[in-house]
Design a protein around this ligand. Structure first.
Ligand SMILES: C[S@@+](CC[C@H](N)C(=O)[O-])C[C@H]1O[C@@H](n2cnc3c(N)ncnc32)[C@H](O)[C@@H]1O
Length: 1024
């Protein structure tokens, strides 16, 4: 297929964004519930991108509109009631109707239509699509669903294994059924779940059916792979339960949901053993408030615990209540260290973090159970541990040795990677700082025993299935899915898991892309039902299998390869029609280090399951970087380069350039390379775009798809907080020649103007507008292998320089709309950098806290830096960290999204300073030969006006000839619009505006939005 693709002309941006955001809340059957893999792309965005890349541009605006609507449906607004602590409010929501992107519409009849159209576009054959950084497989899954011949590659063996479960097994076994195994049919417990899950029966019908099955009146039902996974998961659970049950005793008939633990340390002063607790809250719901009481025991050698129920709410407003709860719930730990309940005083640290670290390194940190969560039937109840429970928790040595004696590689003593990939230098792995260096140390002995028992019994599934007559491909698939269930089990059963006090559930290990040290943690009961249990895990996995079987119906066999992209060659000697991929982004995620958490268990389960598995999991850790060959995992991690940050960055950038070169070389001449960038730090982005252009790509379009949205509809058009930029590239023809900067800039200006208006009209706003506009602008630049400077012989214009020019045009366009709303063609020129930045920022984020990423982008676009804005101009205040969380203890207790996937961190924040906070002496006066920025002059005027000295106001206005400055009038008007109605800021600005307009009414009248009547009814004098 040749010619322009739909994506180069149009894209269902808003629909893909809305449905991607919605997908974050989807649980049952979603790919994210199969196995943790960091940074999975949303299926809706991947599907939209693939359809729009594979289909041709129909050529007319009307046809495009029709096609876009068929893909994404229509966006409608809905009012929903939302309960706040004090009242119910109406919230406006946008959602899609129709289309094939929304979760649940992926198997609508329209999808068949797209499959056919895509094939038609490729002369009746399935297009060949490659994802060389396939990770958890979102893009390949969608390509397979759309009928493509897909190749999914990743360097990491865990990713390769997940890809097999995501694509290969469902495709192989879609549409096949086998009778349920006899042990399942004979189990009333299993059959009840089966009948409830597969048919809608009344209680009576259910009882009758169960009886009939048990009396062998029917042959065992023929079921698909998902039910076989459930059946064999049930079998494993029965086996494992036999040896594990005694370690989780019921007390007073109530089964144990979880044990809550704290690490312990010997007090430096009195030698008492004290628990390291971040919080003493056990449950903090509006109607259930329970605290753990900690007091010295009789001989003050340690502490004793009690449970305090019905803790009263104190405080007349939310802030007071929060403060009170924080005070009464404080544990023994803070960021500074720990205090001793036996000899010390609350919050007076007696052991600093360094003391604790040294104790850890010397192997002297212990653990103790602080409380037990039990299932009381009508809810969870909290109690202290019995002596038997305290003893049982550690009485596992003999059983441990016996369980692991039959498991390849034994107890998981492989080293935990220490890794250094995190900007700012901090390692995502901090356990080694406290002497925890082997994976086995990250689990309590009972957790190890539990996971070990499930590993052993999952290994035995192969023989049991073979003797029941299953074909090898069924055995491989079922065992692999049960291995996924063990990955889930391990994720919920490490000493990193916290107890979530506001929802009374356990949080999993990977709530962040990190393995941090935790002081208090939660140990769940794996043989009970519920969050973190084994059978819960099996059900989540089976639900994905159901979804995947539907997606794989009639699909072409996918090809999965465990391969370094730097060794990429064409599949079967045939070129790919499209390479669609989501590469790693610098130092954001240490994939291989994190995946080792799962690799240690997978290699134990799957050893002996076939040569491919033995080879994949031969090493005790996933691939890092090989200095000799210059190949390996492409992340920026200085610790892999002896701490040399420059070498690490260069290796990453050079690796990405080589990767893109290989991708382009393996494309058909008309093929498209489609790359997702989630790192929007301008410098990182420029380097990656530089790598693309250097590799021979011409960028033809870019779309910023929102994948996470906070703040509802109001924020949609303002400032998308978490989006990724999807970039479309073609191969640059060999015959392309060098360009000249003046011509390239001219071409860019001409082409970008049209796009800017289109994107604006399409409702794209905020930083995403800058990203969206960058793609088409890059076309002019990337058309040439190199761009020379006409006025500087021998010099070239690099990507950064070019992008600076682009961004300036884009922000001038936006500011034009801010200062002249409704005046379509009013781009602003001549406005100083600082005022441009202020207006952009204020327009998007107001005076609220804003993520630093977009602000850096705006700053760079205006020729400034965030540091300049904060330090030199005193325009920005750094507020840092997670929004609104200064309370570490609360953080620890609230870290919970029980079934959620890993979320990217929000990073640090900034906030615009208010005019009152900007009071530097020299503000608003020219300095160092530089004229004062207009925003500084306005703020100076506001201070003068507020002080009531009209003479000084007039002197200032005159000295700076502001009344005759048209731009000044427009900025004033824009600031009025941006200020809150009824605020002092707005009143002051209006007074100043009226006052100035009185001096030059003809200029004021030219300002769009200026109400001349206001000049007539001047509020002058007010405030002076
Ligand atoms: C951003 S993730 C891809 C996530 C994926 N799109 C998904 O939806 O799950 C980047 C992937 O690149 C892989 N990777 C890193 N270096 C690689 C290399 N040299 N060759 C192949 N894959 C590599 C990582 O293992 C990781 O899975």
């Amino acid at each position: 297929m040749s010619g322009r693709r739909l994506i180069e002309a149009a894209f269902p941006l808003k629909q893909a964004s809305l449905d991607s955001v919605h997908e974050k809340n989807v649980r049952h059957g979603h790919i994210s519930t199969l196995h943790i893999w960091p940074a999975r792309r949303p299926l809706a965005a991947s599907r939209a991108a693939l359809i729009a890349t594979l289909l041709p541009d129909p050529g007319t605006a009307e046809e495009r509109k029709r096609l876009i609507e068929k893909i994404g449906g229509k966006v409608i607004q809905k009012t929903e009631k939302k309960k706040t602590p004090t009242k119910t409010v109406d919230v406006l929501r946008e959602e899609t109707i129709g289309g094939v992107l929304h979760w649940g519409r992926e198997s609508s009849p329209d999808l068949d239509w797209f499959r056919k159209e895509i094939r038609k576009a490729y002369g009746g054959r399935a297009p060949r699509v490659l994802d060389p950084f396939a990770g958890g497989g979102a893009i390949p899954l969608e390509a397979m669903r759309l009928g493509c011949e897909v190749t999914a590659a990743d360097i990491n063996p865990v990713a390769w294994f997940i890809l097999k479960c995501t694509l290969e097994y469902p495709q192989r076994l879609a549409g096949q059924h086998r009778p349920l195994p006899q042990f399942a049919v004979e189990s009333p417990e299993f059959m009840e779940a089966f009948l409830k899950g597969t048919s809608k029966l009344t209680k009576k019908q259910l009882e009758r059916q169960l009886k009939a099955v048990q009396q062998s009146l029917f042959p065992p039902p023929e079921v698909d792979l998902a039910w076989h996974v459930r059946a064999w998961g049930f079998w494993v659970l029965q086996q494992a339960r036999k040896g594990l049950e005694r370690f989780y005793p019921k007390v007073d008939g109530a089964p144990t949901v979880a044990y809550l633990w704290a690490r312990t340390i010997a007090c430096k002063n009195c030698r008492a053993t004290i628990p390291l607790l971040k919080t003493r809250w056990l449950c903090k719901k509006s109607d259930k408030r329970i605290l753990l009481k900690v007091a010295p025991n009789a001989d003050r050698s340690s502490v004793a615990f009690e449970i305090e129920e019905n803790v009263p709410v104190v405080g007349s407003n939310a802030a007071q209540r929060r403060e009170h709860d924080k005070r009464i719930g404080g544990g023994t730990m803070s960021k500074a260290g720990a205090w001793c309940p036996c000899c010390g005083q609350a919050r007076t640290v007696s052991m600093g973090m360094e003391d604790i670290r040294q104790e850890g390194l010397a192997g002297r940190l212990g653990t103790m159970i602080t409380a037990v969560v039990a299932d009381a039937g009508a809810g969870k109840m909290y109690r202290t541990a019995t002596a038997q429970e305290a003893q049982l928790a550690t009485e596992t040595a003999t059983d441990l040795a016996s369980v692991f004696s039959g498991i390849p590689f034994g107890i998981p003593d492989e080293a935990i990677p220490q890794g250094g990939s995190r900007s700012g230098g901090g390692s995502p792995f901090t356990t080694h700082l406290y002497g925890i260096t082997r994976w086995s140390q990250l689990f309590t002995p009972r957790q190890l025993l539990g996971i070990g028992a499930f590993v052993r019994d999952t290994r035995d599934v192969r023989a049991a299935m073979a003797s029941s007559g299953y074909p090898p491909e069924w055995i491989d698939a079922v065992q692999a899915y049960l291995a996924c269930a063990i990955s889930r089990l391990a994720d919920y059963n490490s000493m990193v898991c916290l107890w979530g006090v506001s929802r009374e559930t356990i949080a999993h290990t990977f709530t962040r892309y990190a393995i941090p040290i935790t002081w208090d943690f939660c140990e769940t009961n794996p043989i009970l039902h519920g969050t973190g249990s084994y059978d819960g895990g099996v059900d989540w996995v089976a639900r994905y299998v159901e979804h995947a079987l539907a997606a794989a119906k009639g699909a072409v066999t996918p090809m999965l390869v465990r391969q370094d992209v730097l060794r990429l060659s064409q599949g079967n000697g045939l070129a790919w029609d499209a390479v669609v991929t989501d590469p790693p982004y610098y130092d954001v995620i240490p994939y291989s280090d994190l995946a080792d958490f799962f690799l240690i268990w997978l290699r134990r389960i799957l050893h002996g399951a076939g040569p491919a598995f033995d080879e994949a999991f031969e090493d005790s850790h996933g691939p890092k970087w090989d200095q000799e060959s210059g190949e390996g995992e492409l992340i920026d991690d200085a610790s892999r380069f002896g701490g040399d940050a420059t070498r690490s960055r260069n290796a990453y950038e050079d690796g990405m350039r080589r990767a893109f070169t290989r991708c382009l070389a393996s494309l058909t001449p008309e093929g498209k390379l489609f790359v997702v960038f989630a790192n929007k730090q301008p410098t990182a982005w420029e380097a990656l775009v530089g790598a693309l252009v250097g590799a021979g790509a011409t960028v033809t379009a870019s779309w910023p798809i929102v994948t996470e949205m906070r703040g509802g509809v109001r924020n949609f058009g303002r400032a998308s907080l978490a989006s990724s930029v999807w970039l479309v590239c073609s191969k640059r023809p060999e015959s392309a020649h060098a360009g000249w900067d003046n011509r390239v800039l001219e071409d860019m200006r001409t082409s970008i103007q049209v796009c800017l208006r289109e994107y604006w009209d399409a409702g794209i706003r905020g930083p995403d507008f800058v990203w969206a506009a960058t793609g088409p602008a890059l076309e002019a630049y990337s058309r040439h292998p190199v761009v020379k400077k006409a006025n500087a012989p021998g010099q070239t214009m690099d990507v950064s320089e070019f992008l600076r020019a682009v961004r300036r045009i884009v922000v001038d366009f936006v500011v034009g709309r801010v200062v002249s709303p409704g005046a379509e063609d009013e781009a602003v020129s001549g406005l100083d950098d600082l005022t441009t930045y202020y207006l952009l920022h204020r327009n998007d984020f107001g005076l609220e806290e804003a993520p630093v990423g977009p602000c850096i982008l705006y700053a760079v676009s205006c020729g400034l830096s965030d540091a300049d804005l904060a330090d030199e101009h005193e325009l920005l205040a750094r507020t840092g960290g997670k929004a609104g969380s200064s309370d570490e203890e609360e953080d620890a207790a609230e870290l919970e999204d029980p079934e959620g996937e890993v979320e990217e961190g929000t990073g640090s924040k900034v906030r615009l300073k208010t005019w009152q906070q900007r009071k530097a002496k020299g503000m608003g006066y020219d300095g160092d030969g530089r004229p004062a920025p207009l925003i500084d002059q306005v703020h100076r005027l506001m201070h003068l006006w507020k002080a009531g000295d009209q003479v000084k106001v007039d002197e200032y206005l005159e000295a700076r000839a502001l009344a005759g400055n048209r731009l000044f009038h427009r900025v004033l008007q824009a600031l009025i619009e941006l200020a809150d109605e009824g605020s002092e800021e707005r009143a002051l600005l209006e007074s100043i505006s009226n006052h100035v307009a009185g001096k030059r009414p003809e200029l004021a009248a030219q300002v769009p939005g200026w109400d001349i009547r206001r000049g007539g009814q001047s509020e002058e004098g007010e405030g002076t």
